[in-house]
Structure formats: structure tokens, C-alpha cells
Design a protein around this ligand. Structure first.
Ligand SMILES: NC(=O)C1=CN([C@@H]2O[C@H](COP(=O)(O)OP(=O)(O)OC[C@H]3O[C@@H](n4cnc5c(N)ncnc54)[C@H](OP(=O)(O)O)[C@@H]3O)[C@@H](O)[C@H]2O)C=CC1
Ligand SMILES: O=C(O)C1=N[C@H](C(=O)O)C[C@H](O)C1
Length: 265
């Protein structure tokens, strides 16, 4: 372990992403997982988690003892963690999706006093895709109808995925639209013809699909399909751990993966 290893708390430590984070972190000597936080009343409390056997706790006060908290839990827990991290002056990385406006406001408030990076997707590929989608949307202009498809495992609880929303926003930016004004979240029955100023979303849930996203730009006589397929959840964990190392010591504020990857901040 390096003398200056960054100390990390993981919230949601017994979940799919928490498990992956503990696994990936074990091989890094630049950071140390000091706290594994699970849900209140979780059956995992007191159990040794991950290759290093960190004892699981439901005590969120453990956040105050580390340099960076990494959260992959639920929208409610994410907002609460942001509040506690801000109170303790601890940097926060979160990948939790499905936050509502109030929960986003809680993160904005926390980011007044701590560095906070929220990313719907920690893979390099998706963050590159975001740029490509904005470019393609602007390039085609009104000639292309834009539709976004996403597929995930059967246990995912929010839809469309945070990544699909992020890609939808990128497509909307390319047209100088606000996604909220043009999104069609579902189609059923006698829908009438499609509007020009519309971005449609389709969602599939099944088995163990890690995460797939395609943005379709459908023009008369041609169709561009921009696809990202995640085949291993480890890419998200590695991205989040990289973000934690990058964020430690940064000034207070809201950060995104593109700040880390493309040096906008
Ligand atoms: N940004 C990215 O790259 C990625 C983001 N995600 C997002 O991350 C989130 C978690 O995903 P995933 O790991 O698959 O989900 P899981 O349901 O497997 O894990 C979430 C964990 O958080 C726990 N939890 C809930 N409330 C609290 C709390 N108050 N304190 C501590 N732990 C809590 C849950 O416990 P219990 O089950 O007992 O309630 C569960 O173990 C989702 O929003 C998902 O969309 C996922 C993958 C990549
Ligand atoms: O829940 C998941 O699994 C994932 N969630 C994120 C999202 O909602 O976009 C990222 C990734 O696709 C996996």
C-alpha cells in the first residue's frame, strides 16, 4: 500500500457495483477501501466483504473518516450521502441513476462545499459516445429522426437508464433543444405520426445484460446507428475508482467524467 493511499468508503458495498468496486480496488495500491457501507437492516451487516474482508456496516457516519466516498446505491441514499459528505468535508463520487429534481438539488447544495462527481456511466466508451451523438445530431440537423434504445439486466429498477438520458441530452444539445421538451418516453395505441422535434426512447430488460445503448439517427435513405455495449461491469468500477483518485483534493464543485477524460476542468 502506497504511503499516500486515498481512503475510500463505498456506499452500496454489497450490491452489484459495490461488489465489483471491492474486487477492483483490492489490486490497487493508490487507494484503500476503509469502509463498506450497506443498507440499514441489511443481512450483510457484520460480514466480511470483498477480497480484503472489509466488515460491512450500516453506519453512514463512517463517511466522515475517509477522503472520498463512492456511492452506488439508491437515489434516496445518494442524496443523504451527499448531505453527510458535505457536512464532513469529504469528496464524493456517485454513479447512482434515477435521481429526481429534489435529489439533484441536494447534490448541487453539497457541491458548494465539496468536490462531487456524478456520472451516469463511468465507461470511457460511453463518454466518447456522448460527444459523437451531439456531433451526429448537429450534423444531420432536421434530416434525421433520433431514437434511443437501451437494454439492461432484469434487476435494474430505473428506466430509461441514466446513460440513455445522458445520450438523449447530448442529442438534444445538437439540435439546440431541451430534452424534457422533446422526449417521447413510450408509444402505444393510435399514436399518430411521429413529430420532427421528437427524441424517442425504447427500453429492454432481460437476464444479465450489463448495459447496451444505441442512438439511431434515421434520415431518408440512410440510417446511422451509434452503439456502445458494456460486457463487463468492471469497466464501471475502474472508472469510478479512477474518478475518486482524480477528485481527491479538487476544489468544491460539480464535476463530470468528461472533465476527467477530456480535461475540461
Ligand atoms: N454510473 C455507472 O457507471 C453505473 C451506475 N449504476 C447505478 O448504480 C446504482 C446501483 O446499481 P447496482 O449496484 O446494480 O444496484 P444493487 O441494487 O445491486 O446495489 C445497490 C446497493 O445499495 C444498497 N443500499 C440501498 N440503500 C442504501 C443505504 N441507505 N445505505 C447503504 N446502502 C444502500 C442496496 O441494499 P439493499 O439491496 O439491501 O437495498 C444494494 O446493496 C443504480 O442506480 C445503477 O443504475 C450501475 C452500474 C454502473
Ligand atoms: O443499472 C445498471 O446496471 C447500469 N446503470 C447505469 C445507467 O442507468 O445508465 C449505467 C450502466 O448502463 C449500468
Amino acid at each position: 500500500m502506497s504511503a499516500h493511499a486515498i481512503e475510500i468508503a463505498i456506499v452500496g458495498a454489497a450490491g452489484r457495483m459495490g461488489t465489483q468496486l471491492l474486487q477492483e480496488a483490492a489490486s490497487l495500491d493508490t487507494l484503500k477501501i476503509s469502509a463498506a457501507i450497506v443498507a440499514p437492516q441489511s443481512a450483510h451487516i457484520g460480514q466480511a466483504l470483498g477480497p480484503e474482508g472489509i466488515i460491512a456496516t450500516d453506519d453512514l457516519d463512517a463517511i466522515a473518516t475517509v477522503d472520498v466516498v463512492i456511492d452506488f446505491s439508491s437515489p434516496d441514499a445518494c442524496a443523504r450521502v451527499a448531505e453527510l459528505a458535505a457536512g464532513a468535508g469529504v469528496a464524493m463520487v456517485s454513479g447512482t441513476t434515477g435521481l429526481n429534481a429534489e435529489q439533484h438539488r441536494a447534490l448541487d447544495q453539497a457541491a458548494r462545499s465539496i468536490p462531487l462527481l456524478l456520472a451516469a456511466n463511468f465507461s470511457v466508451g460511453v463518454n466518447l459516445l456522448e460527444h459523437l451523438v451531439e456531433l451526429a445530431s448537429r450534423g444531420f440537423g432536421e434530416d434525421a429522426d433520433i431514437e434511443i434504445f437501451e437494454a439492461h439486466h432484469r434487476r435494474k429498477v430505473d428506466a430509461p437508464s441514466g446513460t440513455a438520458l445522458m445520450l438523449g441530452r447530448a442529442a438534444a444539445r445538437g439540435r439546440d433543444w431541451n430534452l424534457e421538451d422533446v422526449a417521447t418516453w413510450a408509444r402505444e395505441g393510435h399514436t399518430g405520426p411521429r413529430d420532427n422535434d421528437e427524441i424517442g426512447f425504447q427500453v429492454l430488460r432481460g437476464a444479465d445484460i450489463v448495459g447496451e445503448h444505441t442512438v439511431y439517427l434515421c434520415a431518408a435513405g440512410e440510417r446511422l446507428e451509434l452503439t456502445h455495449r458494456a460486457t463487463d461491469r468492471a469497466i464501471f468500477a475502474r472508472g469510478a475508482l479512477r474518478a475518486a483518485r482524480w477528485l481527491a483534493g479538487k476544489p468544491a464543485g460539480r464535476y463530470q467524467m468528461r472533465d476527467l477524460l477530456f480535461g475540461d476542468a
